[in-house]
Design a protein. Structure first.
Length: 378
């Protein structure tokens, strides 16, 4: 019995023609649990991912309201809260449902906003023209054309009214201020409008304040929820073809005002000095009048007393007055000359008591009644 495999031939010539038999591959063992575990791992991953997305979705409504802002929460298109205090959310953390369930609207109530108004300029865009007045300019009270460029500043006072009362509050604000400015300028003279102020019975009145007050009144009636803070006239001027004439008039007006101020300054310096001098003279006159009145009253009182005494005893009073008069003359006189009784003295005006200067003495024969007396005649 041969040990060689079947078909094996010892002939070496047939070795090169040998083809080995085909051996089928051994089947690999299949793991029963690998596919199930993959499905479970994938399901778990998808679950965690869905849970994370679910949590993120519900937390996406949590937001913050910055400083200077307030928040309004719309839930399914309706404003949440039962009162204005509940409806307006203050700065801080805000817990809201995710969009589109809740919508958070931020309103900057502390920010001062500006609107440039150029509708009353000649070259203003047609989109900014207002229905009140004429586009590009305004008319003054004395039928003069004025062009002006303004800036409106405002703050939001009522965020609910500002957000929901009108779709375009800035356009309404612009049109209101344009119409108010045109109406106010139509009531002012052109010189007052160019100077931005006028004098009234109640004092000085500024154009910007009048426009601001009237525009605020209209805005309050429309409930826009806006508070106007300023209306600034950046430029106000006549048309270009008459600007030189207006400039000349303004220059002369400034010169007049300058002269007026100089005159007022001179008056302020001179009038107080004149008033002080006048007061001093008045005081001196009053004091002198008081002194004269007092002296006159004293003399009248003395005369009345002497007169009363003279009525009671005329001889005694006459002798007393005579003696007092002689005593006074002797006190005041510096030279005395005695003459004999019965000598007539003739005194001429401006003469002194001497024979060489107009004093003449003539002896006379005294009578029995005039014995011991002398007669003095001028």
């Amino acid at each position: 019995m041969s040990d060689q495999p079947p078909g094996f031939d010892r002939d070496d010539s047939k070795v090169d023609d040998f083809i080995p038999p085909r051996v089928p591959p051994r089947p690999r063992p299949v793991d029963k649990f690998s596919m199930a575990e993959g499905v479970r791992a994938g399901s778990k991953m998808i679950g965690w991912l869905a849970l994370g997305l679910f949590v993120l979705f519900w937390c996406s409504g949590i937001t913050t309201i910055g400083p200077g802002e307030v928040g309004l929460v719309l839930r399914c298109g309706r404003l949440t809260g039962t009162s204005p205090a509940d409806q307006v959310r203050q700065p801080g953390l805000l817990l809201a449902l995710p969009y589109p369930i809740d919508e958070v609207i931020r309103v900057p109530v502390k920010q001062e906003r500006e609107i440039a108004i150029t509708a009353l300029l000649k070259d203003s865009p047609s989109s900014e023209t207002s229905g009140q007045g004429l586009p590009g300019y305004a008319l003054s009270g004395n039928q003069n054309i004025i062009e002006t460029d303004m800036t409106l500043k405002y703050r939001i006072s009522d965020p609910i009214a500002y957000t929901f009362s009108n779709r375009s509050p800035e356009r309404i604000l612009r049109d209101t201020v344009i119409g108010t400015a045109a109406e106010v300028i139509a009531q002012w003279q052109v010189d007052d409008a160019l100077r931005l102020q006028r004098e009234t019975d109640l004092g000085s009145e500024k154009l910007s304040r009048v426009v601001l007050s009237d525009a605020q009144t209209l805005i309050d009636k429309m409930s826009l929820g806006v508070e106007l803070t300023a209306v600034e006239f950046r430029e106000i001027q006549p048309p270009a073809n008459v600007a030189d004439a207006f400039q000349a008039v303004q220059s002369e007006r400034i010169a007049i005002e300058t002269k007026k101020r100089e005159a007022e300054g001179y008056a302020a310096r001179v009038v107080p000095a004149a008033e002080a001098e006048s007061n001093s003279l008045i005081k001196m006159a009053t004091r002198r009048a008081t002194d004269l009145r007092t002296r006159a009253e004293e003399e009248v009182s003395l005369f009345n007393r002497v007169h009363d005494e003279y009525v009671r005893n005329p001889g005694l009073v006459w002798n007393r007055l005579h003696l007092e008069t002689i005593e006074g003359l002797m006190k005041e006189g510096s030279q005395f000359r005695f003459v004999d009784p019965g000598t007539r003295l003739v005194l001429t005006p401006g003469s002194r008591p001497s024979n060489s200067s107009g004093l003449q003495t003539e002896p006379t024969q005294p009578s029995s009644e005039d014995a011991g007396t002398s007669e003095v005649q001028p």
